[in-house]
Design a protein around this ligand. Structure first.
Ligand SMILES: Nc1ncnc2c1ncn2[C@@H]1O[C@H](COP(=O)(O)OP(=O)(O)O)[C@@H](O)[C@H]1O
Ligand SMILES: [Mg+2]
Length: 387
């Protein structure tokens, strides 16, 4: 088992401040394992219900009766299967001096859950869980993390062939079973075609009409597909940042396949050598770097943006927290250089700093407030954001 101290720390902190914490993450990303690791270190009463287990489901058939006497840590896994629980949890969480803390695990973001999840709004705090990060795997094998992606089973697979096979099976099961269980009614063949096409647009600005044209459906329909896969946490949208600078700016999100390993599966890139020669090499690197940088910073998804003007200036990643404004450019090279676009971003967006994440081995200054940061040194040279 790979230890995940930072995730455990985040959970400990959230549970000390909130009565209901939701961990949301794609299927197979490690939610149950993390919750069990957390429970193992938790001193006090604890109970665990897995709503995919018919026995546990039966134990919760009258949730108020079952949960009211519980004290300490109460974990409810696959909570999206039973949205009727949310109103009950609201009542329990609102008790004065509530004797219990609830840790809910779910495979979809709340906007995909039924209306009932609304009843917990304001009382629950969500923590997004991703696959392994460089910090967890160590920087030495980051190429393996890039190629295989961060799903634990894909990353730790004994051989590359096993890893590829695991990911192909994941894609199949996800399309044919998991989405259906989340109440998605779009056919699996349509969503496979959409997801695959999206992989070819990985790292680009979302263009609804290109997709709508190729699918022969309305713009709003392909937008719905995009939002579905985003809610199921297998696609990431980086929203556009807008600054009052008197320039026309791009207003669409950038889209990424959320895991580099899944990207490579969808693009049929089985090995590093195939990746090196592939036209999506730079885009794959960019998505991987965006993921690793935001993980390292501890940035929430609502703190991350891309920025682009119609005149051609752009910034791959902008992270905003309070007065901190960090810019990132991502280059698959070992000799990054300062560009005009970087200077414009630095000035227009009032960046505290701009880092160029690159594939070389060294971190070094490029200019005032501009650094070249090596991916292999990300953990040493990039500090988490202050909370
Ligand atoms: N930290 C870890 N180290 C090694 N393997 C892990 C780790 N976390 C999860 N796994 C493995 O990945 C698979 C999926 O994990 P699981 O916790 O069931 O994911 P989820 O609950 O998100 O679907 C399991 O086979 C599990 O053993
Ligand atoms: Mg699970």
């Amino acid at each position: 088992m790979l230890d995940r101290p930072r995730e455990l720390g985040a959970l400990r902190r959230l549970l000390s401040r909130h009565r209901v914490v939701g961990i949301i993450g794609a299927r197979q990303v490690g939610k149950t394992t993390l919750a069990r690791m957390f429970a193992a270190g938790y001193r006090g009463q604890k109970s665990y219900y897995d709503l995919e287990n018919p026995e546990d489901e039966a134990r919760l058939s009258d949730p108020m009766l079952a949960l009211k006497p519980r004290t300490g840590l109460v974990i409810i896994d696959e909570v999206q299967r039973h949205p009727g629980l949310f109103p009950v949890l609201r009542v329990l969480a609102d008790r004065p001096r509530s004797p219990a803390r609830f840790l809910l695990l779910g495979s979809a973001s709340p906007d995909l859950l039924k209306q009932e999840s609304e009843t917990l709004a304001g009382r629950i705090i969500y923590h997004g869980l991703g696959g392994f990060s460089i910090e967890e795997t160590g920087p030495d094998n980051y190429l393996q993390l890039w190629l295989r992606g961060g799903f634990p089973r894909s990353f730790v697979a004994r051989s590359l062939a096993d890893s590829n096979e695991w990911r192909r099976a994941f894609v199949r099961t996800f399309l044919e079973r998991d989405l259906h269980q989340l109440g998605v009614e779009v056919g699996s063949a349509t969503l496979r075609r959409f997801w695959t096409m999206l992989a070819h647009y990985h790292g680009q600005i979302w263009n609804a009409s290109a997709f709508a044209g190729s699918f022969g459906v309305a713009d709003t329909t392909v937008r719905r597909y995009l939002d579905l896969l985003t809610s199921a946490m297998v696609v990431r949208q980086l929203p556009p940042w807008h600054e009052n600078v008197g320039k026309r700016q791009v207003k669409s999100p950038k889209v990424f396949i959320a895991d580099s390993g899944l990207l490579h599966t969808l693009l049929n890139i089985p090995a590093q050598a195939d990746l090196e020669g592939h036209p999506k090499l730079g885009a794959s690197w960019e998505g991987f770097a965006v993921e690793q940088v935001t993980r390292r910073l501890g940035a929430r998804s609502d703190e991350c943006f891309h920025w682009a003007t119609h005149a051609g200036a752009e910034l791959d990643l902008l992270v905003v927290r309070g007065r901190h404004r960090l810019g990132f450019e991502i280059k698959r090279t070992s000799s990054p250089q300062v560009t005009r676009s970087m200077r414009i971003a630095l000035a227009d967006l009032h960046l505290s700093r701009l880092d160029v994440i690159h594939a070389g081995d060294e971190t070094f200054p490029l200019d005032r407030r501009i650094r070249a940061v090596a991916m292999s040194r990300l953990i040493d040279d990039l500090q988490p954001l202050p909370r």
